[in-house]
Design a protein around this ligand. Structure first.
Ligand code: PLP
Length: 231
């Protein structure tokens, strides 16, 4: 169908742009995962993306995920990328392969308990409020190590990455210093022995800069599925 061709081409173009950005930075493009962000996107279109070989998806709402993930079927991995209400932790643990938005010890503990009850170990990322913005979720950069220390004592979650959304700007060059700061934080914490495999940063407007600065996961919605009505 026309729609399926559209998504196949958009995925291919995004992969090319990621590879070119990795090349400019002397990085291995295989070290950068493309996440397709499906918020507000209907399940049929997500299924088309999966049929094109897309294997990593991101959703920001548990309720939408509860409908979409079963509709798309087994195979792809799903990451929770939105703010998680604690009363939805159990559902999130059941639905998702990773929660990228852990930003407090309390949420880490709630997910740990829910994961233990489900008999699984849940990979999570710590979300970092890299711009220190008042209204934004995420742990402040100075709080991250303490949060990782606390999470290390929890047996049913494993922190495997950091995630960030820099302050909003139309100019990717304005995001670049924040990406660089995230990379430095990630590298420093890895040196201290934290098993942080992934650095999730970069969206449709700025993912090439994020890849140049060291992202291992880019989260793309608009460039793959078109402009959303609302988030
Ligand atoms: C919506 C969203 C994205 C994707 O944004 P686009 O600009 O459409 O690519 C990435 N990450 C998070 C956390 C989001 O909420």
């Amino acid at each position: 169908m026309g729609e399926a061709e559209g998504i196949a081409e958009r995925l291919a173009r995004a992969r090319e742009r990621i590879a070119a950005a990795a090349g400019r930075a002397g990085r291995d493009p295989a070290r950068v995962k493309l996440m397709a962000v499906t918020k507000t996107v209907a399940a049929e279109r997500v299924r088309e993306a999966a049929a094109c070989g897309q294997m990593l998806f991101g959703e920001n709402r548990v309720q939408a995920a509860a409908e979409k993930i079963p509709a798309v079927g087994p195979g792809p991995k799903w990451h929770m990328i939105g703010r998680l209400q604690t009363n939805k932790a159990k559902a999130a643990v059941r639905l998702f392969d990773c929660v990228e938005s852990v930003d407090s010890v309390r949420l880490a503990e709630i997910l740990d308990r829910a994961a233990r009850e489900s008999g699984k170990v849940l990979p999570v990322f710590v979300e970092v409020n890299i711009g220190g913005e008042a209204q934004k979720s995420g742990a402040l950069p100075g709080e991250v190590e303490r949060l990782l220390d606390s999470a290390a004592g929890l047996e049913s979650i494993r922190v495997t990455g950091l995630m960030a959304i820099p302050p909003y700007s139309l100019d990717p060059e304005e995001a670049r210093p924040y990406f660089r700061r995230m990379y430095d934080l990630w590298a420093r914490l890895r040196e201290r022995g934290f098993g942080l495999d992934d650095l999730s940063m970069g969206m449709s407007g700025d993912f090439e800069a994020a890849v140049e600065e060291g992202a291992t996961v880019v989260r793309l919605g608009t460039v793959l599925f078109g402009v959303r009505g609302d988030g």
